[in-house]
Ligand binder design. Sequence first.
Ligand code: FE2
Ligand code: FE2
Length: 283
Amino acid sequence: MKEEIDALLSDVKKLPPMSNVVIRIMSLVQKPDVSINEVAAEISKDPSITASIIKLSNSSYYRASKPVRTVSESLMTLGLDTVKEIIMLSASKAVLQKDLKGYQLEADEMWMHSLVVAELSGRIITLKKLPIPKDLAFTAGLLHDIGKVILTQFFPGKILNIRDELKNMETTFTEVEKKHFGYDHQEIGLKVLTAWNFPDELKEVVSCHHNPELAVKFPLLASVVHIANTITVISGIGIDIGGINQELSPFAIKQVGMTDKDIEFLFTSIPEIQKQLLDLTRG
Ligand SMILES: [Fe+2]
Ligand SMILES: [Fe+2]
């Protein structure tokens, strides 16, 4: 099984494609002096992302103050950071909400899980005034379970066995994954993001969101996504429920400076977040 996965991951062409334009935009927007025109020009090279940006800018979730007709208008109305979020949303949607034959419910559930974790990660940055760009936390939250999506796409039958096993065993999802695949979804996610040349911050979050204390370079960001993910799973949004209850890592709580009140506040915001996000899960 491990060999099968190694073969899959060694051939980038077999992986779901991540738009080259997205990868270029991600490095472009890291530059502090980047101009809106430069970003707009790059985005315009990808017609489907351009269309998505215009559509999402006009969605009730982003609520642009006036109708957005072009990428430049979107950038001017919503600002670069929000458009960065929208770019990641459009690009990830194709990969994360893929039509899995017979597993559509699962794809939708997975997409909702990713969106809630993304939104919560951004809210934790704002709530605790952390020195991390909000859109980076949003993107990290959006992609954290990308390895699980890849495993479900390529080995749907095996994933079902794993779920069955989880129901009867006192073990964690990642342990059972490792037993069946030779890798857990964090390791797979790291390999995929490496193949896509994604930035180190995202690679680290994907590779240790269940064990943020293992983060070497970005423990704060890993802790934020860990907390967002755990709250989302405990709220019952996601497909990896089962096995031992996921627990909030004391390391992450300390890193972020979360109080019991903060955690409670985030839990109570979940229904409202889900309602808002419904708009993004359609069409
Ligand atoms: Fe995960
Ligand atoms: Fe997750």
